[in-house]
Design a protein. Structure first.
Length: 378
């Protein structure tokens, strides 16, 4: 039974009306209630959906709810009509349980579509393009797979592994095609300039979130704490204030509580973190099957002028001095190892050390953040 409160009496109204023993008893009971509430265990909550009542759905003439047509029967796309009865009828009973039956159909091992779509998305993550480049369209208007046999084999392996995404990542990343160099070859460029035949590893610019995480990791400030609420990093108020009453409770740019992985940045559709926006992060309004990869001048400008980048460059410089001492060449070697995962070439070492002597360690640290090698996957 549900009870709705119609009369609400505030404690501030009650206390002045009591005195003596009744007041003391009232306060004692309040304290006892508060102690009991504080001691009760935290009960984990889980959102769920239960099918209790089946409501028939109708075709609506001209989209009007007052003009119902025939009843819509549950079904699936005819081109993927696995296990459908003759005539295209839904193979499961209508009514309660229809959604569960559909979910079982989607994830059935013999379903030809689900596993292929999933492994194609995983492939796209590692190579920048899927084996089917139209990752949200496997139909007639989408592109044909460049390697259909490979797609089929990966899908069958995915199902056989118990739909293990981790195993699929491992399988792809240990393959010869993934471990190729990204350098061009004259014969490959001549035959397949778009690299559709996978004769080299694709060059991929890091996503905006990873660019930010990489800056924090290089500076030694990345907070790897798992879970918890989202954070509101600093955004220049001139970018959002005064427009339609928008607000952003951003912390100061040097607040360590905002140095968490970009996964935990609070997403507000009308106010995007500038670095995320410029490096092609989705806007959060619609689904995004494939991110754009633009190269624009403002990306370089934000890496040179953004307050967050400037602050992290100072912290990166402090880390280099702390770990490599005051010798410019030692600082350069440590910077390359931390940020680029390689030692500097002789020419790079000499020029970088001279730059540090002339412009300072902080400017050198910021220059590292501006290298193509820093923002592109190796």
């Amino acid at each position: 039974m549900q009870v709705e409160k119609f009369l609400v009496v505030d404690d501030k109204e009650v206390e002045p009306l009591l005195s003596g023993a009744p007041l003391a008893e009232w306060k004692r009971l309040k304290d006892e209630i508060a102690a009991t509430s504080k001691a009760k265990p935290e009960i984990p909550m889980l959102l769920g959906v239960e099918e209790k009542k089946f409501e028939p759905a109708h075709f609506l003439h001209h989209g009007s709810v007052d003009s119902k047509g025939s009843i819509v029967k549950p079904g699936v796309l005819s081109v993927a009509a696995m296990n459908m009865k003759e005539g295209g009828e839904w193979p499961f009973p209508q009514g309660p349980g229809t959604r569960t039956a559909f979910a079982n159909w989607v994830t059935a091992p013999e379903n030809p579509l689900t596993a292929r779509v999933m492994v194609n998305r995983i492939w796209q993550h590692h190579f920048g393009e899927g084996l089917v480049r139209t990752t949200s369209n496997f139909g007639k208007t989408g592109e044909r797979p460049t390697h259909p046999e490979l797609l089929d084999w990966l899908a069958s392996e995915f199902v056989a592994s118990g739909w293990s995404i981790k195993r699929m990542h491992r399988l792809i990343m240990l393959s010869d095609v993934y471990r190729q160099s990204s350098d061009d070859r004259a014969d490959g460029v001549k035959i397949d300039p778009e690299n559709r035949l996978l004769w080299r590893q694709a060059r991929q610019r890091l996503e905006g979130e990873i660019v930010r995480d990489a800056i924090l990791a290089a500076a030694g400030t990345l907070d790897k704490t798992m879970g918890g609420p989202g954070v509101h990093p600093y955004i220049d108020p001139s970018l959002w204030a005064g427009s339609s009453g928008r607000t952003w409770p951003g912390k100061p740019v040097d607040d360590p509580s905002t140095f968490r992985r970009s996964l935990y940045i609070f997403q507000k559709r009308t106010i995007q973190v500038p670095m995320m926006e410029l490096f092609d992060a989705p806007n959060g309004i619609g689904s995004c099957s494939r991110r754009n990869r633009s190269t624009i001048a403002t990306q370089a400008l934000i890496l040179m002028n953004n307050a967050f980048v400037l602050d992290q460059a100072k912290r990166f410089a402090a880390r280099l001095e702390r770990e490599a001492g005051t010798d410019p060449e030692a600082q350069v070697k440590r910077a390359f190892a931390v940020a680029l995962s390689r030692p500097p070439l002789a020419k790079e070492l000499a020029e970088s050390a001279a730059f540090i002597r002339a412009a300072g360690l902080t400017d050198f640290a910021q220059t590292i953040f501006n290298l193509n090698e820093f923002t592109y996957a190796p």
